[in-house]
Design a protein around this ligand. Structure first.
Ligand code: MTE
Length: 443
């Protein structure tokens, strides 16, 4: 930033934090005046008065509050830390009416309220086909069988004694942004892009286990991963990929995986759609052809315009989204704003992110926060001075292989409009003169 603004523009950052599901439906239906009015009134009362008093001395600075004059709470009060009571609104949310069965559902990560690239474990999105379990690690086992010299069964103890690595990777469900294929503009980035998270995972490379069992290199071409839940979640992974960077992981962000994310063991398949990251992992089989299981033959396939289905699409292609400002938020001031968002690519590192504030006519290159890691989220930021006129905000990512995130027109030309999965089109947020931000599609 060349010059610090005298008065940075203010934004209501995490709207869902203050909204009930009913409110969210109201927002979606466009009945949002009550929100804006309520918030503007409140912010004028707080921010307006403090600015006026700044010159003479703000009592919030001059008068010591109770917490500066009394003892705080004891160390042992919270043996496992939790967020401040004032952050209670930042949470995973289910999309009302998306699924009929709560166990076969998804909770979306609140991307609009997070910083940097790491998703706090308690906010990591969830996608379960048949609910989650808290499995006793002492009784959990992983079997490796099939085209191996010796089939083996590992305890958690056996696995955690092996040489481990820790790596930061994103996971994105193939169905992320799926609602937008049909031009349903869901109200917030939490619902449009929130089946996305990024963590540091710790585990043993799958190659070490396969080596331990001795794969039959002449015949082996694929591995099959199976979860221990009742959903019969099974996925085929090519042997090349399995031997490359796949992990059998027990750690997430410095602690054991959360039960919702596969405790005590899950597969981490960097760059590949979330469904292949089999949770509660119980078996790896080595084989010579793909298994074509239900989650490969019926689900997670792409319906193309000519009526055929594309199977085994696995890589999550280059994609980005502006998280602030984003749908449902309101810019309360003209002037300086930091436009911030996330970019990622299943093919490797993000090379560049361009941002447009005029619906794609002009683009400026954003700053990438470091580190920029392979197959991980990358945070981008760009300065912007809003002059109060309507604007369309967009981001477009380019990865190190040269893959450029497509517009909706480009994506639909190849993929049609009847897909569910693998939508990586450029997202547009419309900023109205009122400061309200909403989801629109620009072709
Ligand atoms: N593994 C099992 N055993 N059961 C499941 O339902 N869901 C898959 C995958 N692994 C699933 C699973 C899907 S569709 C996704 S997108 C990711 O887990 C979601 O991982 P998360 O819940 O940790 O975000």
């Amino acid at each position: 930033m060349s010059q610090l603004p005298a008065r940075p523009g203010r934004i209501r950052r995490a709207p869902e934090g203050f909204l009930s599901p009913r409110d969210i439906r109201e927002v979606a239906a466009g009945r949002r005046d009550f929100l804006r009015n309520a918030f503007v009134a409140a912010s004028t009362a707080v921010a307006g008065s403090s600015l006026a008093l700044a010159a003479e001395g703000d009592p919030a600075i001059l008068d010591l509050p109770e917490h500066s004059k009394t003892l705080g709470r004891p160390v042992a009060e919270r043996p496992y830390g939790t967020p401040s009571q004032y952050e209670a609104g930042l949470r995973r949310r289910e999309s009302p009416g998306l699924t009929r069965v709560a166990q076969s559902s998804v909770s979306f990560a609140p991307l609009q309220g997070m910083f940097g690239i790491i998703t706090p474990s308690g906010l990591h999105f969830e996608r379960h086909h048949q609910g989650w379990h808290d499995i006793d690690p002492a009784r959990h086992r992983l079997m490796v069988n099939g085209l191996v010299k010796e089939a083996r069964v590992y305890t958690m103890d056996d696995l955690m004694r092996m040489p481990s690595v820790s790596r930061i990777h994103f996971i994105e469900c193939g169905a992320n942004t799926g609602m937008e294929w049909g031009n349903v503009a869901v109200p917030t980035v939490q619902y449009s892009h929130g089946m996305l998270s990024c963590s540091e995972f710790t585990g043993v490379p799958l190659s070490v286990l396969l080596d331990d069992c001795g794969i039959d290199l002449k015949r082996a071409k694929f591995v099959f991963a199976e979860g221990a839940d009742g959903s019969s979640m099974t996925r085929t992974i090519s042997l090349d990929r399995a031997l490359d960077d796949v992990l059998v992981a027990w750690g997430q962000n410095g602690e054991m995986l959360r039960p919702e994310n596969g405790y005590p063991l899950r597969l981490v398949v960097p760059g590949v759609q979330g469904v292949s990251w089999v949770k509660w992992l119980r078996r790896i089989e080595v084989g010579d052809q793909p298994w074509a299981t239900k989650d490969e033959a019926v689900h997670y396939i792409d319906l193309l315009p000519d009526g055929t289905h594309r199977q085994y699409t696995s890589l999550q292609e280059c994609k980005s989204v502006i998280t602030t400002p984003s749908g449902g938020q309101t810019l309360l001031d003209r002037g300086f704003h930091n436009i911030s968002g996330l970019a990622w690519s299943g093919r490797g590192r993000v090379k560049r992110v361009d941002v447009s504030t005029d619906g794609g006519r002009n683009w400026r290159t954003a700053r990438l926060e470091t580190p920029v890691l392979t197959k991980a989220l990358t945070r981008f930021n760009i300065d912007w001075v809003w002059d109060g006129s309507p604007a369309i905000l967009q981001s477009r990512a380019i990865d190190e292989t040269g893959f450029v995130q497509p517009s909706y027109a480009q994506l639909r030309a190849v993929r049609g409009t009847r897909s569910i999965y693998h939508n990586n089109a450029i997202q547009s947020w419309k900023l109205a003169e009122t400061g309200d931000v909403s989801n629109v599609q620009v072709f």
